[in-house]
Write a protein that binds this ligand. Structure first.
Ligand code: PEP
Length: 252
């Protein structure tokens, strides 16, 4: 059985005071997840150290929302893998569609970041997803395949044991319009088949593929019941402790 990973992407929300409130709220309502389920919170950089301190000895793991492809040096405004590890991050979200759209991140750059993350002991959550236009043109699978080939280029099988993929249709992110379980399952199955072609079936069978895009308490259990959906990357609904707790509790 594959493990399941539920991750909350806070995006650019919550200052320090609000971070303390949200973490304390999460700790008070999120019961111990079922065996085989990991829960990750990804606050903004400025909240990571405080969150790490509050989450010590809790069920929550810590992740960041982005990372530099460089180790250190004259890269104003950037944050390195070493900095993330030093504050207790185990995960890092890479290639979120908002990074691709607003910060011009390419598959090539995301691939460099992914290599840097795995080489240094961070688990990358690698995001892929098609736009509405691409879905309507019927080219979803081609788009996803190109993104996957790009972001995984040069990663070895041994690296892939530390990689999580997230399918996040761009048209479903923050819109309140989720992919149906059937639509999501089709793409997840496609991703798993492609990873099997690129690596092996046994590796693909073990790969955690999260779904993201307007996951909420009322749609989480149907999405998470699909064979190839192994967790969720949650935006808006992770900012409310009760909603996030319900989503975590939806894993069967
Ligand atoms: C996300 O930020 O990755 C996301 C899926 O957001 P939302 O759940 O708000 O659609």
């Amino acid at each position: 059985m594959r493990k399941k990973v539920i991750a909350g992407n806070w995006k650019m929300n919550k200052d320090l005071v609000e971070t303390v409130e949200l973490i304390n709220g999460l700790k008070s309502v999120v019961a111990d997840p079922k065996p085989g389920v990991s829960v990750v919170v990804c606050p903004p950089f400025t909240s990571l150290a405080v969150a790490a301190n509050l989450l010590k000895d809790s069920v929550f793991k810590l992740g960041a929302q982005n990372m530099s492809e460089h180790d250190e040096g004259a890269y104003t405004g950037e944050v390195s893998w070493k900095m993330l590890k030093s504050v207790g991050c185990e995960y890092v979200v890479l290639g979120h569609s908002e990074r691709r759209q607003y910060f011009s991140e390419t598959n090539e750059l995301i691939n460099q970041k992914a290599k840097k993350a795995v080489a240094n002991g961070l688990i990358p959550i690698l995001c892929v997803g098609e736009t509405l236009e691409e879905r309507e043109k019927g080219i979803t699978e081609q788009v996803i395949s190109a993104q996957i080939r790009g972001v995984l280029s040069g990663l070895l099988s041994s690296d892939m044991e530390r990689v999580i993929m997230a399918y996040e249709p761009v048209w479903a992110i923050g819109t309140g319009r989720n992919a149906t379980p059937v639509q999501a399952q089709q793409v997840h199955q496609h991703i798993r088949k492609l990873v099997a072609q690129l690596y092996s079936w046994s590796l693909a069978e073990g790969l955690v593929i999260q779904y993201g895009g307007s996951v909420k308490p009322d749609n989480a259990s149907d999405l998470l019941a699909q064979n190839d959906i192994d967790g969720a990357l949650v935006g808006g609904a992770c900012l409310k402790p009760d909603s996030f707790a319900q989503i975590i509790g939806s894993v069967r």
